[in-house]
Design a protein around this ligand. Sequence first.
Ligand code: CA
Length: 242
Amino acid sequence: MLLTEQAPSAIKNTVGCVLVVEDEAIIQEAIAFALRQDGYSVLLAEDGYNALQIVKNAAKLDLVILDLMLPSINGLDFCRILRHEGNNVPVLMISARGNESDRIAGLEVGADDYLSKPFGMRELVARCRALLRRSRRDFLATNVTVYKFGDITMYPDECRVTINDAEINLSPKEFRLLDLFMSHPRRVWSREQLLEKVWGVDFVGDSKTVDVHIRWLREKIEVDPSDPKHIVTVRGFGYRLG
Ligand code: CA
C-alpha cells in the first residue's frame, strides 16, 4: 500500500513556519514558546549544519531566526550558503555580540534584520511579523501578471487595459476575449473554443456571437478595425493575436 506523506498537522493553519537556529537551549526554548503562542509552527536546530539539512527538507519555511555563534557552521556562513543556493527565506539574525560590525556582517551576507541579545520576546515576535509581512508583500508585488503586446498592456488582476498608456473601456466579454488572446499570443482559437472559454459550455447560441464581439473588440484596440493588426482572422480556423 502506498502511503501519502502528509505535512504534520502543526504546520497547517498556522501563521507561518519558523526555523529557530540556536545552540543555547534556554534561549531556543523561550523563542519557540513565544512563537508558538503567536500561532507559528516552529522547527528547531542547534547548529548550522543541522539547520541546513532542515532547510533542505522542510516542505514550507517562512522565516529563519539565526544565532550568529553556532557550532559546526556559524550563522554568517549558514546565511552565505543559503543565499548562494538561491534561497530567499527571510533571516532574522540574533547575537550576543551586538556591536556594529557584527550587525553589518550579518546584513552583508544576506540577513534581513538583526537583533542583539538580550531582547524581549515581544520585540522578537513583532520583528518576525514585520519580516513576514514584507516578504509576502514582495512576493505579491513580483507576481503581478502583466501582458504586453505591441501598444496593448493588460493588467488582468486589475481588469485594466491600456493602449499607448491610455486606458480603454472593455465590456466583460471583450475583456475575457482579450485576456485569452494576450495570455496565449499567436495561438489560433476556433470560434467554438472561444465560445466555450468566454461564454461557457452552457451558452446557447451560435459562433456568430464570437464574430460580433471580435468586431467590437477590434474597434477598441485596432488603429484600423477593417485592417486588424492585433487580432487577425485565420481563414478556415478562427482568430489569433499577432
Ligand atoms: Ca550561540
